[in-house]
Design a protein around this ligand. Structure first.
Ligand code: SF4
Length: 301
């Protein structure tokens, strides 16, 4: 189901320095997500998005808000989109909120980081080039190199092979683009073969970075949803999770250190950094209002 809503504010300030992408503002044009990733953290109760998988809310006044908010910002910092929903979910094809927002961001000269699992981002390549005059980075979340497994884990998203192809196309057009390799799901994706396959295809596609994290988070209703999908697709695995992680929030994969080392070696071999070059936030220089003309001296009588 899709419902239009009016939002009050669009950009929110990121609390504290963001160690992953150097984000300064967050922008969510939608609420809810059609990609239905089985591990999605946005289902957690703390975000209060009821019916996350049943309904997507469309902020129909988002671009008007952006036009109002951007000229009032004192800091030109990176606007991140894609953490609570995917800005290129299927609905974007017809609603074009991301497309319109990028046009506005380009007009006001702000930097952007996009996180997505969709090749629809290719539609906006010309706009991304304009935004990139200041700064644009497009990160694809890729946690397996296998299309069939990806379809089980991220049923509504583009196939993994389509994401690699999109990455290759963006890279060939000079857009700064790379891979976010997280979450790495315990007992499913935490193999040396999977990590090697991702790095090799990242290299072939021209990825400029790979940002990894070897584990996942689990809490309240996100955990309940994830375990129900494990029962469906990976019978018996829930019990292993329960034994190893109990009620824990942070769930690192058992061989995290070894896999980190493996990734480091592979990235070293191909010269791929494991971090992104962020845009440093800076004060917005506004044109000073013109000085009023100095009053003319009255001619002495
Ligand atoms: S794309 Fe991101 S926000 Fe959407 S369901 Fe997947 S993890 Fe959640």
């Amino acid at each position: 189901m899709v419902r239009d809503i009016q939002a009050k504010v669009l950009l929110s300030r990121v609390k504290g320095p963001d160690p992953w992408f150097g984000l300064y503002y967050n922008m969510n044009l939608y609420r809810g997500c059609q990609h239905r990733c089985i591990y999605c953290d946005s289902r957690s109760e703390c975000y209060r998005i009821d019916g996350f998988d049943q309904e997507v809310l469309v902020k129909i006044n988002a671009v008007e808000l952006l036009r109002h908010e951007l000229p009032r910002k004192r800091v030109r910092g990176t606007i991140g989109t894609g953490s609570m929903n995917d800005p290129y979910m299927p609905l974007e094809r017809e609603r074009r909120l991301t497309w319109r927002a990028l046009g506005t961001i380009a007009e006001f000269g702000f930097p952007v980081h996009i996180l997505t699992k969709s090749d629809l981002v290719l539609r906006d390549i010309d706009l991304l080039r304009e935004v990139a005059r200041v700064y644009a980075a497009v990160s694809f979340t890729i946690t397996t190199a296998d299309d069939a497994l990806g379809k089980k884990l991220e049923p509504g998203a583009s196939l993994v092979s389509e994401r690699f192809a999109a990455l290759a196309q963006l890279a060939s057009q000079g857009i700064y683009t790379g891979i976010v390799l997280m979450p790495v799901l315990p007992f499913i994706e935490d193999t040396a073969e999977n990590i090697a396959a991702i790095v090799e295809r990242a290299h072939e596609s021209g990825a400029a970075y790979i940002i990894p994290s070897f584990g996942m988070t689990l809490r309240d209703r996100q955990r309940a949803y994830y375990y129900a999908r494990l029962d469906e697709h990976f019978p018996g695995l829930r019990q292993r999770y329960e034994q190893r992680y109990g009620e824990r929030y942070g769930c690192r994969v058992p061989q995290a250190g070894r896999l980190e080392q493996h990734l480091q070696e592979l990235c070293g071999r191909y010269g791929i950094p494991r971090w992104i070059e962020p845009y440093p936030p800076q004060p917005v220089q506004r044109a000073r209002p013109a000085e009023p003309e100095s009053p003319r001296q009255l001619p002495l009588l």
